[in-house]
Write a protein that binds this ligand. Structure first.
Ligand code: ATP
Length: 294
């Protein structure tokens, strides 16, 4: 019995390791798949971002040729301002973020940063200048420190801590037995959605890019957590050009412009006050969320 038990137990460990390796491989292939969608133009220069003005000019896009996802989308995010996108699930909001990060190329129109078409510059320089806080942050099976420092390889412990403090996750980290050396991810300490998003904010703060994309989590956080994340986001986004994909309208009230999307088109646009005054789709959504949250 014992003889059988030990090898089986051992096999269990191997199985877990193997499963993890496969999951990591899968992630790697998913990333490689995305990488293969676009290529650097021969001799492409590095993107220079002196100001951080982002423009979508008549952008159309489909993941495959026979289904248009975005149609004729135009907007500008002035340097250091925030533009928010709202709309029902499947409207194409996250697709805007994927195109801006150049996981895919537009089918029509163009996206520029400080006047430069993003297809003309190297992908590495583009991505260095953009920080993404995704809906669902994937943590590496490594320490908290590694996961935050990933934003800027080579960052010192002091810099990692400063970013964690600014993202309000430092206290939580130091309350764990091994602090910054605590293993997280699938094999380590499990973090809540809000904690993971804070790690992502800390990572982005450390990277300190001039342009930010924030894809708000769809999963409902409790309102205290939500307010906290919003405050952290606001401090991360200070003086940065930001595209915010919002699921809760409270996030967008202070945006320079709000785009209301439906089936791949912008159907309304303006500031919060302008959109409320219009009494259209946004005003309806606002009334609905207000009554829902009361
Ligand atoms: P949500 O609020 O639920 O995140 P969204 O507005 O961000 O939705 P997108 O994720 O941009 O919506 O998706 C827009 C459309 O594109 C959806 O119909 C979706 O099914 C489709 N889509 C998204 N990703 C892919 C993909 N990799 N391949 C094919 N179709 C896709």
């Amino acid at each position: 019995m014992i003889q059988l038990y030990i090898p089986l137990n051992f096999l269990g460990v191997i199985y877990r390791e193997l499963k993890q390796a496969l999951t990591d491989l899968e992630k790697m292939f998913t990333l490689m798949e995305r990488e293969r969608e676009v290529d650097d133009a021969p001799g492409a220069p590095e993107l220079q971002v002196p100001h951080g003005v982002v423009r979508f000019e008549r952008v159309s896009f489909g993941y495959d040729a026979n289904r248009a996802i975005l149609q004729d989308v135009s907007f500008e995010i002035p340097a250091g301002r925030k533009v928010a996108v709202v709309g029902p699930s499947g409207a194409g909001k996250s697709t805007l973020a994927r195109l801006m990060f150049r996981f895919y190329d537009v089918t029509d129109g163009r996206i520029t940063i400080d006047g430069r078409d993003i297809r003309e510059v190297t992908q590495s320089s583009l991505r260095r200048n953009i920080g993404i806080v995704p809906q669902d942050t994937v943590l590496f099976n490594d320490t908290v420190e590694y996961n935050i420092a990933y934003g800027r390889p080579g960052a010192t412990r002091g810099e990692v801590e400063a970013a964690a403090r600014a993202a309000h996750i430092h206290q939580f980290i130091t309350s764990t037995p091994k602090g910054y050396d605590t293993m997280v991810g699938e094999r380590g300490l499990k973090l809540s959605g809000g904690e993971k998003q804070r790690v992502a904010i800390a990572r982005t703060l450390l990277k300190n890019p001039p342009i930010l994309i924030f894809d708000e989590a769809t999963s409902a956080l409790d309102s205290a957590n939500e307010r906290a994340i919003q405050a952290e986001l606001a401090s991360a986004a200070r003086n940065k050009t930001a595209l915010v994909i919002a699921h809760r309208l409270s996030t967008v009230v202070d945006a320079h412009e709000i785009l209301v999307m439906e089936t791949g088109r912008i159907i309304e646009r303006g500031t919060h006050a302008q959109l409320l005054a219009q009494g259209g789709r946004y005003a309806q959504m606002w009334a609905l969320q207000q009554s829902g949250s009361e």
